[in-house]
Every structure is written in C-alpha cells, then in structure tokens.
Design a protein around this ligand. Sequence first.
Ligand SMILES: *Cc1c(COP(=O)(O)O)cnc(C)c1O
Length: 490
Amino acid sequence: MNKDLLSALEVTSGSTLKEALAKLERSGCGILTLVGEGRRFERTITDGDLRRLILEGSALTDRLDLLQAIKSHTASEGMSRRDALELMNRHAIHSLPVIGVDGVVVDVIFRRDIDEQVLLSTPHIGDAEREFVEQAFLTNWIAPLGPNVDAFETELCTFVGSAHGAAVSSGTAAIHLGLRLLGVGPGDRVFCSTLTFAASANPIVYQGAEPVFIDSEMSSWNMCPTALERAFAIAASEGWSPKAVIVVNLYGQSADMDPIREICSSYDVPILEDAAESLGATYKGRHSGTIGKIGIYSFNGNKIITTSGGGMLISDDREIVDRARFLATQARDPAPYYQHSEVGYNYRMSNILAGVGRGQLHVLKSRVERRRRIFDQYREGLAGLQSLEWMPEPEWSFSNRWLTTATISADAAISSTELIQRLASELIEARPVWKPMHLQPVFAGTRYFTAGNSSVSDDLFERGICLPSSSNMTSSQLDRVIDTIKRIFT
Ligand SMILES: *Cc1c(COP(=O)(O)O)cnc(C)c1O
C-alpha cells in the first residue's frame, strides 16, 4: 500500500466524526487508523465504531477523542500471510494495520488481497471439452466405450505419432496392463527408475514381480544409462535378467532413450516408457512415450492435460494394444454368452471422460508453451539467486516443463525443506522432488543400482523443489511466487 493511501486512512483524535465518515466513504477500505503524536498508531476505527457513537447521541461535529482507547489487532512487519489470516480469522476481522518499529503504520493488510492460494498444478479446462461431453449426453453414449473413446485414441496417437492406443481409467492401469502384456508375472524382476511417483512401481507388485530400482543421472534427472548397464551386468553375473525395464520421463522430460534402448536391446529386454508426466515433450524430435515397446500417459487432474482421471497405453504393435483393450474390458471371449478364459480388469475409459480428453488435446500445444514460458519466467526472475539450479534440459530434450523444478545448493542459507515451509506460510504450494522408490518404506529391502558410489536420486530428493507451474496461473501469481522466493533468500 502506498503512502497516499495510508494517509487517506489516517485520522487523529482531533478529527470530527463527519471527517472520519467522509474518509471511510472515500477510501472504501472499511477501516481507518487513529494516530497520535509522531503519527504513532493508537487504534483502528470501523464504520461500526462511528455508527455506535452516533447512536449514543454524538453529533457529526464531535471529535474522535470520544472514542475509547482499545487495543486493536495489528500485524508486525514481515508477518506471513498464513499468520495474518489466522489472526484475522481468530478475531473475525478483515484487515490488519502493519506497525513498523517506530510505532507508525507502514501498511494495511486486507483479507481479500492475501487469501489467494497458489497451487502446484491445477486442471486447466477450455471450451472445446464441453461440446464433446455434451455430444456424449445427447447421444446417450455414457458407457465405458463409445465414439469419443475411439476418437480420443486416434487423435492422441496421431499427435504423438504412435500406431495404436487404448484409453484406460488411469495411468496406473495402463502401466499394469503394459507389464502384463510384456509377460511380467510372479517371480520376475523389473528394472524401474527410482526417482518417480509410486504409481510407476506399484503395478510391478500387482503382477507378483519384484522391482529393482535404477538411479538417475544429473544431466536429465532420469534413468542413468551407466547405472542401468551396471545393473544388467551384475544381474547377468548372477544368472538372471529383468523381464522389463520401466523408464520414467520425469517432470515432463524424456530420459536419454538411445543409450538406454541400446543396453536393453543388447539384453533383449523390452522397455515400458512411463510418460505420465511428459505428454507433448520430445526426445530428438520423437514424442516422449513412443520410443519404448509400450508407452503410457496419464490424464490425472494434475497432469499437463486431464480427463479428471484417465490414462492411455500406446504401442506400434497392434496385437499389444488389442490385447490391452481386451483385458481392460473384463477379458470377454467372443462368445454369445459371458465367457472368460483369462482374468481381466475393468480399466476402460468412459465415453464422457474421453470427450474431456479430446477437448484437452486441442489445447495441449498451448499448455506446453505456457508451462515452458512459466519455467523461463522463473529462470529470468530468479537469475540473481546463485543457490538455485534449474532442472537441466539436455540438447536432445524438448521438455514440456510440466513442473518447474530446481535444486538448492548444499551451502545455501536455506534448505529446500525450509523454503517449502516458508512458501507454504505465504500460501504458495511448493513440493519436494519425488522421494525415490528405494527410500520408500513399502519398498524397503529391494535392490537398487547406482552408477558409482553416490546416489544421484538421494541428492535430488534432498535438495530438490517443485514450484507452482499451473498453465492457468496468472502472471501476478507468478510474480508473487518469484518475489516471495527472492525475499526469503535475501
Ligand atoms: C501420475 C503418474 C502416474 C500415474 O498416473 P495416474 O493416472 O494417476 O494413475 C504414473 N507415473 C508417473 C511418473 C506419474 O507422475
């Protein structure tokens, strides 16, 4: 709040009731500050206070020294948004004068200006979605099948350049189907990126198999080819081989697929590409998710595009995708009655949600541009902070920058954990980088391979931070996050 506005709210005990009412009316802030000698703050005055004076018989020409001295609620300089809101909530008030060290009002905080929360990654729906959904209603195609599902599969496959796709109820379901189709079963082992969300690895356990985790490399944060090579070599020396390798493309960026593919094909082991976070990103010009034998996408609410919940399994192998559809619809045999020769799942996407997906596909390109722009603005706005290092984008990568992520140098004044807490107290949602799977209690005792003596993913987890990156965040919200981070560091 600027000096002019502050003085527009200021009255003294010598001011008349009429003057005070006029100031209240002009400022429209619903609050005045009564100041004494040296402009030191004495109390706040609301229109209720003035109304009561008049009801008690005061005249408009009477002076404000009729008001009783009370102790008004105030904030101190630097009070966090959360603390200020808590104070206002506790006392059912909507504004707080901020008092500087010399007792003078330096600012007034209004609830409506500070109660806005900036979230990490929110759904961002456009206009086209409604038409597709409406079409589903009009034609009564409400089933987990239908024209939107078929069209969504075709349209997404065209976009990424894959031959076939099966729309399913979640990214997790797509991974589960993918593993089953790669023949993963009880007693098998599956290599999986350690730095990821648990949904990458859980389906390994659904299949009765055992996950073996592989470390990241610093240059992409994704699976380290050297660590993978080492894991294969050690496995071979022990006389076993994994049934599949799940390569995760983290935070919108592809892993370095060429060397990974070379290693996997030399051992004749298929790759399942978990591109849940990286739809719209490319690796050497090819779409993320299309490089492994099977790729999967997620359309969960926080992802770059959403169907509120959903996923897709893609592959150039028609047989795999046909089998995925078959298993996802309860594995019904082509018979005149309900006959099943295998155990299936209820994993298909509904025709309504596929309508949302079709609309979202129209805006995918602009969502990627927006998220990349948000990343650039963070990088430009925080260029002065030496302690922040952004997630790199190797020359072979075009990231969708699903989340803007960075690490904080170990010798910085503040750790990532502290920064996340400080941002939370300013109603800004930041998160740590995914906790690696080999550190998860649920996967305690599983094997883990690094390239050398140190674990890159442990380091990224300890020092990493994900910043608010919603494609529909406003530029003033983005500025607020940038300014708050600057303030916390200096
Ligand atoms: C979101 C996510 C998934 C799971 O997708 P859902 O649609 O939520 O089941 C899998 N892997 C990664 C890396 C993810 O971020």
